[in-house]
Ligand binder design. Structure first.
Ligand SMILES: [Zn+2]
Length: 276
């Protein structure tokens, strides 16, 4: 996909099943039966790679399955294998913008090597996250999570923070690189942010978990895992209206089916993804 002269690729770590208890497992083939005893949701995991021509940027970093030295299934796809598919090395990535710090978006940032040492998966990347998101992550250590699901697992992030890899953002709107702007929305988590990519009057929005997939375009859908669902719903509406005005492409992280598209207004159903 192209936005102006930026090249965008949606990477894929595969399709996963999330159980109501919050565990996550990879589905090996699409026909695999759901386990009968529990409710599960199927999600994709699709970070975005942007090549601006002068640098390569990732939007979210995935789960990072298979990166650790002791990984039982080393042949699974992750950020490194995905980059290789598109001809990039992990050293090529100059920046990562994280929508938030839940582990399904951030765990791919680090891995443990043979000696059990935690290292950065992307050795040259600066990692952009909202300061309020990091504070919420720290706070989560001292409080029981109120909802189960894909929560925070900050342990491996400490080393990256200690090594000065993180850039903590404090403004609601901030341009990271010309044409690439983060917008803090909150809602899903206290410091959740989305990304606007705009070049030569073309626009795309990376929605993070504010609109994880097409299904969430429906204004009546709320998710139990939003920490502030009123705020999330409001931010979601604003994003859809703006994206509609901008004729922008929406990029989804958790889609099983359509991973991107423009939205149109439907008389009865509100905003829907444009067909074709
Ligand atoms: Zn997520």
């Amino acid at each position: 996909m192209e936005i102006g002269d930026f090249r965008l690729e949606q990477l894929s770590e595969g399709i996963f099943e999330v159980s109501s208890a919050g565990s996550i497992r990879k589905i090996r083939n699409h026909q695999e039966k759901e386990s009968a005893s529990e409710t599960v949701v199927r999600v994709g995991l699709d970070p975005v790679l942007i090549d601006t021509g002068s640098t390569a940027i990732l939007l979210d970093a995935g789960l990072g399955m298979g990166l650790d030295n002791k990984e039982p299934e080393p042949d699974t796809s992750n950020i490194v294998t995905n980059l290789e598919i598109f001809g990039y090395r992990r050293e090529d990535i100059g920046a990562v913008i994280l929508s938030h710090l839940h582990y399904d978006h951030a765990a791919g940032l680090s891995f443990s090597d043979k000696a059990g040492q935690v290292s950065a998966t992307l050795p040259n990347a600066r990692i952009y996250v909202q300061k309020s998101e990091w504070e919420a992550t720290l706070h989560s250590l001292h409080s029981q999570p109120t909802v189960q699901g894909m929560g925070y697992e900050p342990d491996d992030l400490y080393r990256l923070v200690a090594n000065g890899r993180f850039v903590f953002l404090e403004k609601e709107l901030q341009e990271i690189i010309k044409g690439i702007t983060v917008i803090r929305t909150g809602g899903h988590t206290p410091g959740h942010q989305i990304v606007r990519i705009r070049k030569n009057s073309q626009t795309a929005y990376y929605c993070g978990d504010l609109i994880p997939n097409e299904y969430h375009l429906n204004r009546l859908v709320t998710t139990k895992i939003d920490t502030d669902f009123v705020k999330a719903r409001k931010a979601r509406m604003l994003l859809m209206q703006q994206a509609w005005r901008d004729k922008a492409t929406l990029l989804f992280y958790h889609s099983v089916y359509r991973k991107a598209g423009m939205i149109v207004r439907d008389k009865n159903r509100g905003f829907v993804l444009k067909r074709g």
